[in-house]
Design a protein around this ligand. Structure first.
Ligand SMILES: [Cu+2]
Length: 142
């Protein structure tokens, strides 16, 4: 595609080597095969529209959930803690707009939350009883 002027072939070879090195580095440093490539962190992805979330020791099992934008989804929420918890989704951490509010789930109980479709973007979820329990919902276009 490019006209070669003598310097380019070497530059291209170097860039290929650099990319190969990055790929090798990425492979060796990625321990978890289930980690999402999009977020770079441990983002739990919905599978067939279902996200599994647990609470234990006043903490959620993840601080990042990835769901398809524009599609209702389900959160299978298990409260394995000794305190009650819930899950609510807001526009952001300022909580000016509530997008979803699940029922409080008592200690040792579980619930299925049916969450309406979210527009593409980054949203905020938290336990309204313990706002320090929070994270991001990434609604990504299919
Ligand atoms: Cu809580």
């Amino acid at each position: 595609m490019f006209k070669t002027d003598g310097a380019r072939p070497r530059a291209r070879l170097l860039s290929v080597l650099a990319v190969t090195g990055l790929l090798l580095a990425a492979c060796t440093s990625t321990a978890s095969p289930s980690a999402s490539a999009a977020g770079g962190g441990d983002c739990i992805e919905a599978e067939n529209g279902v996200v599994t979330l647990t609470a234990e020791n006043i903490a959620f099992s993840t601080d990042c959930i990835e769901v398809p934008a524009g599609e209702a989804f389900t959160i299978e929420f298990a409260n394995n803690d000794s305190a009650p918890h819930d899950v609510a989704i807001f526009n952001d951490s300022g909580r000016s707009t509530e997008l979803f509010k699940g029922d409080v789930v008592e200690a040792g109980q579980s619930a299925t939350y049916n969450v309406p479709a979210l527009d593409e973007g980054e949203w905020y979820f938290e336990c309204t009883i313990h706002p320090a329990m929070n994270g991001t919902v990434n609604a990504v276009a299919a």
